[in-house]
Design a protein around this ligand. Sequence first.
Ligand SMILES: CC(=O)SCCNC(=O)CCNC(=O)[C@H](O)C(C)(C)COP(=O)(O)OP(=O)(O)OC[C@H]1O[C@@H](n2cnc3c(N)ncnc32)[C@H](O)[C@@H]1OP(=O)(O)O
Ligand SMILES: O=C(O)CCC(=O)C(=O)O
Ligand SMILES: [Zn+2]
Length: 418
Amino acid sequence: MCGDRTEVNGTNGTTATPTLGGKPLHQRSPYESVGDFLSNVNNFKIIESTLREGEQFANAFFDTETKIKIATALSDFGVEYIELTSPVASQQSREDCEAICKLGLKSKILTHVRCTMEDAKIACDTGVDGVDLVIGTSSFLREHSHGKDMLAIEKAAIEVIEYVKSRGVEVRFSSEDSFRSDLVDLLQLYRAVDRIGVNRVGVADTVGCATPRQVYDLVRTLRGVVSCDIEIHLHNDTGCAIANAHAALEAGATHIDTSVLGIGERNGITSLGGLMARMMVGSREYVMSRYKLHKIKEIEDMVADAVQINIPFNNPITGFCAFTHKAGIHAKAILANPSTYEILKPEDYGLNRYVHFASRLTGWNAIKSRVEQLGLSMTDAQVKEVTAKIKQMADIRPLAIDDTDSIIRSFHLELQQK
Ligand SMILES: CC(=O)SCCNC(=O)CCNC(=O)[C@H](O)C(C)(C)COP(=O)(O)OP(=O)(O)OC[C@H]1O[C@@H](n2cnc3c(N)ncnc32)[C@H](O)[C@@H]1OP(=O)(O)O
Ligand SMILES: O=C(O)CCC(=O)C(=O)O
Ligand SMILES: [Zn+2]
């Protein structure tokens, strides 16, 4: 609550500007959330899973060198944890995991294995800082994946968690497909593992079926049942992965799983860049204090290149038109004050804003700005006249910047010749 008090920042009790959460009231959205004491929107950690969940993306093949490059970049960016593919998956996966552990990165290194003694032993032997255990708890997975009932799951969980702890390694236990699991079964299982001192429990929306409200409800309920940290892993099948991550933090989750560009099984999970964009709006100071946001484009380009995809046009922050303003009404206001139509600032990410002017949706204010950029001088009436010419041409065919500049320049020349 303390971040949401109304504060008075004046001196001597005179002419005070009222503030809330450190911001002048007039700069806050009236809908900005008022957090409660369980909310972690200003205090969360990232478990970056490009090198685990991301390797499950259809196009992904990471050789050792690429894994090291990605892990190093993520650590420099500031993620608190990097999760790696199970060392049981293949000999090379195991060697890569050992090699990354030896790099001495700032981020803690985790690996992700089934909840069995065999997998856990191999995981602990790689030198990781933590082991993420997983086992499906929905009836689908109990019946068709591993075949264990809830009692057998609990027994295995306790045995394996105690083993990992005995090796002096951080341990997390997660129920795969949590949102299609029985709530009472789930809470009983989490309570049992919390009692024996698991470091974190994980909640997973494995099939991407959950809504923000369902995520909030489950995490908030779980927050009342366990005292350990709570991690959340959210698939994006129905487009809710970023919103769900925010809801989980509001409900008290402590750790969010991400991958660069959201790559993972099917259409992936919460993306690192998308989470950054979302959290920058309400938790700017926290995000800026922990993560080197100007590196996001370089990391996304590196991963896009490694898995041979393009950055989607509508990607938060780095989509090619994420900071492009086109319609005349927008352009006028943006030129006056970028906050009119921008909730994120491109300069926070080392990027630039672009005001589009080569279309029939442009207006005289955008053209006036272009005229000035070109070093030409015109009255407002003349700018309006040339704007009309540009629109006329843009009604016939799409205009390139050069086309539009030519119209402006030849109009200017005519003016001088008159
Ligand atoms: C939702 C997720 O993303 S979970 C993480 C997914 N990650 C991976 O699958 C890592 C890559 N996987 C692999 O390399 C392989 O699947 C391996 C090495 C893990 C296992 O390979 P295989 O032994 O050939 O088994 P296969 O992949 O066909 O089937 C999975 C086996 O694990 C068992 N299993 C699945 N989940 C669990 C679990 N959480 N705990 C214990 N056993 C499990 C299944 O019952 C099945 O066992 P079976 O051999 O008795 O049929
Ligand atoms: O271990 C976890 O929490 C998540 C595993 C996973 O990838 C999933 O359930 O989609
Ligand atoms: Zn997943």
